[in-house]
Design a protein around this ligand. Structure first.
Ligand SMILES: [Zn+2]
Ligand SMILES: [Zn+2]
Length: 246
């Protein structure tokens, strides 16, 4: 078992890398990867450029210290709007923002209040238009981030289970995600099945949702489990629930 998507105190996680690694060992992982948020301007959750080398140095130290016990990878969750930086062991490509024609970046996973206000402001309250804009960016995530793994494909649904803003079986929503899925399937990169919104209480299903997972599997995609843990307790969260499916 492995888990390659998690955050430590180098970005917006609660625990330092070594505590995450120790918990990974305790949970029996064969391989663990930290994937701090790449720097994005005005995003407090992201890793500051001046801390990037310290993160990489700490991961080198841990690789040596735990050699033969657990395989450690130094990764990055690169946002679509981040600049390219130094090479990492692997990159998860993620879309957390959508840039509007006026230059404003709208965050899809910050708070429901903010997203609702942006939907009114930029899409006249049309949630399907917002989803279409999100999936247009998502469709391009592999090219832009040069990622190895496609992160939380349907993040735009983060608050939708509670807020009930749009119907995920609506033809416009389906057409939007399927177009992005088809574009990304052509890259051959694996999609993650990310349990982070379950452990944090936003959703009862992983990203992407079950109908999307079924579609991707039907189209021959590779799916890999990840926890997106922001605290050590959530490493490999609910993996046993999704393992039989993928
Ligand atoms: Zn993310
Ligand atoms: Zn993440």
């Amino acid at each position: 078992m492995f888990d390659l998507h998690m955050h430590s105190t180098f970005s917006d996680g609660k625990h330092p890398p070594e505590e995450m690694v120790a918990e990974g060992i305790r949970k029996g992982l064969k391989r663990i990867g930290l994937s701090e948020h790449s720097f994005v301007e005005m995003d407090d959750a992201s890793m500051l450029p001046e801390n990037e080398e310290a993160y990489r140095a700490e991961m080198r130290r841990l690789k040596k210290k735990y050699a033969g016990i657990i395989e450690i990878r130094c990764g990055l969750e690169r946002d679509y709007y981040s600049e390219e930086g130094p090479a990492y062991d692997y990159v998860i490509g993620s879309v957390h923002w959508v840039r509007m024609p006026d230059g404003h970046r709208m965050c899809v996973d910050w708070t429901p209040e903010k997203l609702e206000a942006d939907c009114r402001k930029y899409f006249a309250g049309d949630w399907y238009a917002l989803a279409e804009a999100y999936y247009q960016v998502e469709a391009d995530v592999v090219r832009k981030t040069k990622c190895d793994i496609i992160g939380h494909f349907d993040l735009v649904t983060k608050f939708n289970e509670r807020e009930n803003w749009f119907d995920v079986s609506h033809p416009r929503y389906t057409a939007a995600w399927q177009a992005a899925a088809e574009a990304l399937l052509r890259t051959g990169k694996p999609f993650e099945v990310n349990t982070g919104a379950i452990s944090r209480g936003y959703r009862t299903d992983a990203y992407p949702a079950k109908p999307i997972r079924a579609y991707l599997l039907g189209r021959g995609a590779k799916l890999i489990l990840s926890s997106d843990a922001h605290r050590k307790e959530d490493i490999a969260f609910a993996f046993d629930r999704f393992l039989p499916e993928i």
